[in-house]
Design a protein around this ligand. Structure first.
Ligand SMILES: [Zn+2]
Length: 459
C-alpha cells in the first residue's frame, strides 16, 4: 500500500480541545491521509516523507472542525417569515407552506444550509428532516447527495410526524405520515445510507419530530427501531412553556417524564433545546447520559427561554450546539453560536463566567461529537483522530489586538475561515467553498423559495 500523503500545517496557535484542553501558542500539525498523525509545539519534525503540502499558518488559530447537532435544512427556503411569533404560532403559520416542499426545493435548501455552515467552519453537519409530503420524491437521497457534493461529514436525522390536528397535534392532517409508513421509511433510510465505520461520512439517526406532532406509539416504536438498528435517536424536547403544558394536559406528566416513559432517555439519545428543565430533569439526563443540542439563537428568536447549560455541564450532561432550522435562525451560522451560547448563558445564569470561551469552543466541537456518538473519531485534535479541522484567521483588523486566540475566536467578530479540512480533504479556501458553486446555490435557493411561496399562496 502506498504511504499516506502528508499535509503539514505550521506556525499557528492550536486549541486541541482534548480532555486537558491542551493548547500550543505556536505549533504544528501533521495530517496523513484522512487522520491527524501528530501535533505539538514549534515546527514540524524534519525529514517527514511524502509531504504534498506545507501550509504556513502564521496569524491563525487551528481548532477541531465545528459540529452542528440540530438543524432543518429545508427551512432555508422559508427564512424571514413569521418573524414575531412564538414556537406554536410560528409552526402553525409555517406548516401549510412546509407541506408543499418537493425534491428540487429540498435539494436547493440543503445546499444553501450546508454552504452557510461549511463556509463558517462546520465540518460535521446534521439535518433533522421530518416533512415528507406524499409523492415528493427521494428527499433523504437529495439531502445526503448535497452533503456528499460539498464534502461535509453528515448525519441525517430521519424525522417523522403522525400526530396531526385530528389527533390533538399541531401539524395539519395533510402534512403527516402514518405510523407504519414513517417507521418503514425510516428503517429503509438507515439500511440504505447509514455507515457505521470509524471514518463514515454519512450516518442516519431515528428522529420523530416532537411530542406535539408524534403519537406515543411512534415515539416508543421509533426508540425501539433505533436501538435495534444500532443508530442514534434524536428529537425535540422541553422547548417551550406551551410544550410543557401540552404534555401535562395530554399525558399527565412533563416532557422529561414523558420521554422516559417512551424510551427516550439514554446514551444513544440527544434532544434539541431542553430549555424548560428542572433539577430532577437535568439529573435524569445526567444519569442516563442523554445529550442536548443547545440552540441559543433559535431559542431567543422564538422567545422560548434560556437552557440551563452551565448546570447541565456541571451535572455531566453531554451538550453540543445547534443552529436549528433557518426559519427560526436566519443566519444559519454555527461559528457565531459560540459567542451567542456564551452570552446567553451568562444572561440566563446571571453569574460571572457561567460559561467561558473554552467551554463555548468545546460545546461547538467535542460536545457536538459526543452527542452525535462520534467522540472517538472527531471533535478534538489528537493523533489517530480524523482530520476535520479549521484554520481561523485572527491577524486582521477584527481580531489582531486580542492576545488570546480562543478569546478572539469566541468573543470577537465571526472570524474568517482561511481553510477547512474534512477527512483530510480541503473543502474551504479563503472563505469560499471549493467543490460547489456558491453563486449558483444562491440563485437556485432564491428560485425555489419563490416557487414554494407561489405554490403555498394557491393553498
Ligand atoms: Zn428544531
Amino acid at each position: 500500500m502506498a504511504a499516506a500523503q502528508r499535509i503539514v500545517i505550521e506556525n499557528c496557535s492550536i486549541a486541541t480541545v482534548d480532555a486537558k484542553d491542551t493548547e500550543y501558542a505556536t505549533g504544528h500539525l501533521v495530517v496523513a491521509g484522512n487522520r491527524i498523525e501528530s501535533l505539538g509545539a514549534g515546527r514540524a519534525p524534519e525529514g517527514l516523507e511524502n509531504v504534498v503540502r506545507r501550509i504556513d499558518a502564521t496569524g491563525h488559530l487551528v481548532t477541531p472542525g465545528l459540529v452542528n447537532t440540530h438543524h432543518h435544512f429545508y427551512q432555508w427556503i422559508t427564512r424571514g417569515l413569521a418573524t414575531d411569533h412564538n414556537l406554536f404560532n410560528w409552526l402553525v403559520a409555517l406548516y401549510p407552506t412546509w407541506a408543499r416542499i418537493d425534491e428540487p426545493m429540498v435539494r436547493a435548501a440543503a445546499q444553501g444550509s450546508l454552504a452557510m455552515l461549511a463556509r463558517g467552519g462546520v465540518t460535521t453537519a446534521l439535518d433533522h428532516h421530518y416533512v415528507f409530503p406524499k409523492g415528493s420524491g427521494d428527499l433523504s437521497g437529495a439531502i445526503i447527495g448535497a452533503a456528499r457534493e460539498m464534502g461535509v461529514r453528515f448525519t441525517l436525522a430521519r424525522g417523522s410526524m403522525d400526530r396531526s390536528e385530528k389527533d390533538g397535534g399541531l401539524p395539519p392532517d395533510f402534512a403527516v405520515e402514518t405510523l407504519e409508513g414513517a417507521l418503514a421509511a425510516t428503517e429503509a433510510t438507515v439500511r440504505e445510507h447509514h455507515d457505521a465505520s470509524f471514518d463514515a461520512m454519512t450516518q442516519v439517526a431515528v428522529a420523530p419530530c416532537s411530542p406535539f406532532s408524534v403519537s406515543t406509539e411512534l415515539m416508543r416504536e421509533g426508540a425501539e427501531l433505533g436501538r435495534r438498528l444500532g443508530v442514534r435517536l434524536h428529537t425535540h424536547g422541553s422547548e417551550t412553556v406551551e410544550e410543557e403544558q401540552f404534555c401535562k394536559e395530554l399525558f399527565g406528566m412533563g416532557p422529561t417524564d414523558y420521554f422516559e416513559s417512551t424510551g427516550w432517555l439514554g446514551e444513544e439519545v440527544w434532544m434539541a433545546h431542553c430549555v424548560h428543565m428542572n433539577d430532577s430533569d437535568i439529573a435524569a439526563f445526567a444519569r442516563t447520559k442523554t445529550g442536548v443540542a443547545h440552540c441559543p439563537s433559535s431559542n431567543a428568536r422564538l422567545a422560548a427561554g434560556i437552557a440551563r447549560v452551565p448546570d447541565m455541564l456541571a451535572a455531566g450532561v453531554p451538550v453540543g450546539l445547534g443552529v436549528d432550522g433557518t426559519a427560526s435562525n436566519e443566519s444559519g451560522e454555527l461559528h457565531t453560536e459560540l459567542r451567542n451560547a456564551l452570552l446567553i448563558n451568562r444572561l440566563g445564569a446571571h453569574r460571572e463566567a457561567a460559561l467561558n470561551a473554552r467551554q463555548a469552543l468545546r460545546l461547538g466541537t467535542y460536545g457536538g461529537a459526543q452527542v452525535l456518538g462520534r467522540a472517538a473519531e472527531i471533535g478534538s485534535l489528537e493523533p489517530g483522530k480524523l482530520a476535520d479541522l479549521v484554520l481561523w484567521r485572527l491577524d486582521t483588523l477584527a481580531h489582531a489586538s486580542i492576545a488570546d486566540p480562543v478569546t478572539a475566536l469566541v468573543f470577537g467578530a465571526a472570524a474568517p475561515v482561511t481553510a477547512s479540512f474534512v477527512n483530510g480533504r480541503q473543502i474551504v479556501e479563503a472563505g469560499r467553498l471549493l467543490h460547489v458553486d456558491e453563486d449558483a446555490i444562491a440563485r437556485s435557493t432564491r428560485e425555489e423559495a419563490r416557487r414554494l411561496a407561489g405554490i403555498a399562496a394557491q393553498g
